[in-house]
Design a protein around this ligand. Structure first.
Ligand code: 1CP
Length: 378
């Protein structure tokens, strides 16, 4: 699966390029599994591992707004590191949000406690889209600064950068805030496809620049969150969404490490059982699987339709059911072991949740899961 050295090399001091063993992430369990190899231990991290389940997070966030926290490099870095220190997870996920690049571009958006992202004005017409500000490279400096500070502390533990996929971000923009069925964007793609395509192109370029800034500054992998893609039919996904997600990935696909290997790219959404192969075809090298689909079945579905690079199957990430985090330990342990065993069918498996950590989760349970997974033979 080695690719020729045709890409854009990462900076020589990048964790995927450095020859310093104390800082290199190339041999880390996460990067090894993402690339389909056998890791020294089974890697695990948790979506939303930073955040409200941790008392140390609630402590440092006191009196500071969510987006404000994301834009203070020292604080964003500290919050990113907290779950790595506490749980010994195999990766840090950059503490930020899918709407941070919107705020950096100058869009009137805030994260309202208990609600989520809310825009001052919904984006619904061609004129609204035409008036969207451009994300400049300079405005991404607080992101690069936070990433640099974080990787300097992480040593050989990789940092995962992320962005929101065009559909999920556009869903917030069209609705003006969180919604259940995402009717607004799903209507727009049929009723006014030109405006939809312009909005999704803007969202793809903004996400791509945000992700590229994180990877260039030191992240060892990138994940595109299309959390709400599961509300789409396969036809709608293929026609109106997949090209834009592919466009977002195209912003970072050229980046290669010291030996010419591409940076691992993960694509994740929820309720995506029917569109999983189509999501993979947007250009990720690893597929996130939510808790609804057993990993063996995900592997079968992905193998049934070889991707653009001709490989029939891809490494998987997932898929512990977050609901079981509050079940008795014996029940949870059996489930975790089942997920680990199911993951062995894939060329590589990174254990994660099938969606984010619920805020009510007892953090000691997460640490116990990490210990359990690390005790199992890879
Ligand atoms: O004050 C707070 O603590 C706000 C809660 C919070 C946090 C901790 C929000 C608001 N965002 C975040 C951080 C965050 N968001 C991270 C980094 C932390 C980590 O993973 O450890 C990441 C990767 C995200 C990405 C994100 N934001 C997604 C995709 C992932 C997913 O969970 O599906 C989505 C959909 C958002 C929007 C968003 N931001 C915040 C909330 C509560 C929501 C969801 C709102 C809704 O239900 O529509």
């Amino acid at each position: 699966m080695s690719e020729p050295l045709t890409g854009t090399p990462l900076p020589a001091d990048h964790p995927l390029a450095t020859t310093d063993p104390a800082r290199s992430t190339v041999g880390s369990p996460l990067v090894t599994a993402f690339r389909g190899g056998t890791p020294s231990r089974i890697p695990v991290w948790f979506m939303r591992q930073a955040g409200r389940s941790l008392p140390e997070y609630r402590e440092v966030r006191q009196g500071i707004g969510m987006l404000e926290s994301c834009l203070k490099p020292e604080l964003a870095s500290e919050i990113t590191l907290q779950p790595v220190r506490r749980h010994d997870v195999d990766a840090a996920i950059f503490f930020s949000d899918i709407v941070v690049p919107l705020r950096l571009a100058g869009v009137d958006v805030d994260i309202v406690p208990g609600t989520g992202p809310v825009l001052g004005q919904a984006v619904r017409t061609a004129a609204d889209v035409a008036a969207l500000p451009e994300l400049t490279d300079e405005s991404l400096e607080p992101i690069r600064e936070a990433v640099r500070r974080t990787v300097a502390e992480l040593g050989s533990t990789p940092l995962i950068g992320f962005a929101g996929a065009p559909f999920t971000v556009a869903a917030y923009m069209v609705e003006g805030g969180p919604s259940r069925d995402h009717l607004g964007p799903r209507t727009m793609m049929h009723a006014d496809p030109e405006t939809w395509n312009a909005l999704a192109t803007w969202a793809a370029d903004t996400a791509g620049a945000f992700l590229r800034a994180q990877i260039e500054a030191g992240a060892s992998a990138g994940q595109l969150f299309d959390s709400w893609a599961g509300s789409l039919s396969l036809d709608d996904y293929q026609q109106y969404v997949q090209p834009h997600s592919a466009h977002a990935f195209s912003h970072v696909r050229d980046l290669v490490d010291g030996s010419g290997q591409p940076v691992p790219l993960v694509h994740f959404g929820t309720g995506t059982s029917e569109i999983l192969p189509a999501m993979r075809d947007a250009g990720a090298s690893v597929m996130g699987v939510d808790y609804r689909l057993p990993l063996g079945e995900a592997h079968r579905r992905l193998g049934a339709t070889p991707g653009p690079d001709g490989r029939g199957t891809v490494p998987l990430q997932g898929n512990i059911d977050p609901a079981l985090l509050s079940a008795p330990w014996e029940v949870l342990e059996a489930h975790v072991r089942e997920v680990v065993e199911a993951g062995r069918v894939a060329p590589g498996h990174v254990v994660n949740l099938g969606h984010g950590v619920p805020p009510t989760t007892d953090p000691t349970v997460l640490t116990r899961i990490v210990d359990l997974i690390h005790s199992i033979q890879p």
